[in-house]
Design a protein around this ligand. Sequence first.
Ligand code: HEC
Ligand code: HEC
Length: 369
Amino acid sequence: MNLERLIIEKIEDRILLGIISFVSIMVIVGWIAINENARMAAFTQQFEGRAIERGAGLFNQNCSTCHGLDGRGLAGVAPALNSPHLFGYDFREVVRAEIETIEKRIVGEAEDGSPIFEESVTAEEATTLTARLAELQAQDQAILAQLAPAVEKGYDPEKPTRLGQVGWSGTLNSYVYTTLVHGRPTSSSYWPQAMAAWSQTAGGPLRDDQLEQLTAYILNWNRDWTIDDLLAVNQFAKVPADPALVSANPGEPTVGTEVETILAELANYTGDPMNGQALYTTYACAGCHMIGEGGAAPSPEVTWLAAQAGTDGRPSVDNPLGYIVESIVLPNNYIVSGYVANVMPQNFGERLTYQDMADITAYVMSFDS
Ligand code: HEC
Ligand code: HEC
């Protein structure tokens, strides 16, 4: 080999150059790796920022006529979304948590009304705790007094979180998003106009990415909530706990949960499967029981055949109609294999009329081949 032709002649220098190049490359790769996260985060932020911006436009166009431009609701029309209640902010939480920890140590009450603490509490501690308890209770009363104007408008300080109030165990994101997808078909029985289904899959006008943008916009209202935010709410959400509120025919008698009685009475009704299908939307059954695979609940097309055959041990072979009725009014009596208990609402017995039940069962039984 002709060493004369090499630019760097000395072997030591060449090794040194090799080491320097290697280290430089590692430094550059490391630099890129470190900055990649920041770059991605900035990108994500921009992306979210754009989603929120688009969501704001969609909200102004489609939602503000009912929920108000500022999302604080319109009295008598639709509930606030820009509200500590929807976001589950509890103004009494801190004070009440401390009250509770003190109260847990109280075992009784003396004749003069002062608390008796568990044995481990010394007399001195008891005095401090008693004083602290009185102080906290006064604070709680003061907060309640500040909340009073909101209570006048329908806010319930015992149920400070909307999700808790309606028994939703998922996230706020999924609550908002699924409300947008399916709407609240029965809400026209307790609001002048129902919350419609917005998703194209449910016959509405908006695409799924637009529903995501709207959800991002609504969730972007989250902040350090103040009592003023609560007092600025024009309309609080209503709880459809009163069965009259959630029935499609408020005031009419409902079927209850006695399967034999329901079956005997159903003999006097003729079911309309088309109306049964519509009721799957009215009562939001269709949100879980989707046609085809992949819903949160068995698809309606399989149920009647499976009930007649006793598939997966359904206790139904002798009396498949009785099984359908029981599945609706007492869903937990038998859990279809692969699904979970307590997902299906347990109160349809208080909500469905006999005609509803006749129509719904006629719809289920129409999938007979
Ligand atoms: C015609 C009036 C109307 C329009 C327009 C409307 N909503 Fe609603 N919305 C309602 C009513 C009424 C309710 C309460 C339903 C209930 O109590 O079950 C509601 C409930 C909601 C809820 C659930 C609130 C809660 O506390 O449970 C969300 C989220 C929501 N709407 C978002 C939207 C968005 C986003 C739009 C626009 C795409 C929109 N709404 C358009 C009337 C409307
Ligand atoms: C929130 C979701 C949800 C809603 C809403 C819901 N269901 Fe269900 N339903 C389920 C789940 C999950 C199961 C399976 C677990 C079980 O057996 O309880 C089920 C089971 C059933 C079954 C038995 C299915 C089978 O293949 O054996 C019937 C029938 C039924 N539901 C009817 C209805 C009707 C009618 C409505 C509306 C009036 C309704 N469901 C609303 C979740 C729901």
